[in-house]
Design a protein around this ligand. Sequence first.
Ligand code: GLN
Length: 259
Amino acid sequence: MKKLLALTLALLFTVAAFAGCADKPASNSDAPVAQYKGQYDVLKMGTNAAFPPYEYKDGSNFVGIDVEIADAIAKELGATLEIVDMEFDSIITAVEQGEVSFGMAGMTVTDERKEQVDFSASYATGVQSVIVAENSEIATLDDLSGKKIGVQLGTTGDIYSCDDFGEENVTKFAKGADAVLALKGGDVDAVIIDNEPAKSFVAANEGLKILDTDYAIEDYAIAIKKGNTDLLDDINAALEKLTADGTVDNIIAKYIKAE
Ligand code: GLN
C-alpha cells in the first residue's frame, strides 16, 4: 500500500513538472527537451526553393510550408534551421552523403527512394497534375500520348511520364518554372508537376490551365540518412507533437487557402 502511495506521489510530481515546462515559451535557444534522443545545434535542410508553396524565395528569404514546418521541428529539437538550396535531383545524394541533416522538398515517398534514404511520417499529400495551354486540345491523360511533356528533372512527374508516355516524349528541366516557360513558348504541349506548384505557376502565368485529372496521389515526407535513427525518431516525435497541437495544419492553411 505504501509503495502504491509513493508511486502515485511520484506520478503526480512528474505530471506537475511537465505542466510547468509547458508554460515556457519555445525559442531556438531553448535546450532540447529530454524526451528527444539527440542534441542538435544546427539542422541543415536540403531543398529546392523553386517549388511554391512548399519552398521558394521571397526576396532573399526562404519561405513556404516545408520551410516553416522544418523551422518548427528545429525549434522543438532545440536547434537552428539552416537552408541549403540545391537542384531537386541532388537532394537525396546530399542526404546520403551527410552534407545536409535531412531533405525536405515536397518530396514524394517512393519505393526506389526508400532504398536510398529513410522517410519520416508523411506530413502532406501531393497530386501530380497536368498543365496545358488554355486553348489546348489535350483534355485527358490519354490525349497526352505522342505529345511533348515537360517535367522537372528527377521528380515523380519525370519518372511517371517517362514510364507512361516514353522518355523520347519527355523534356526535363532543372526547375518547374522553366518547364512552364517552355509550355508558354510552345516548346512542350503539357507540364506534369505537383498540384500546388501547378496552381502557383498557373496563377502567375496567363493562358494556362490545369486539367481536371489526378494523375497520381502521393505522400510527402522528410528524407533522412539511413542509419540515422535518432534523428529519424526525433523528427517523427517532433512532427507528431506539431501535428497534434495544430501547428502543421496552421502552416499549411497559411499557404493553401481552402477552396
Ligand atoms: N513530389 C515530387 C517528387 O518528389 C516533386 C518534388 C519537387 O519537385 N520538389 O518527385
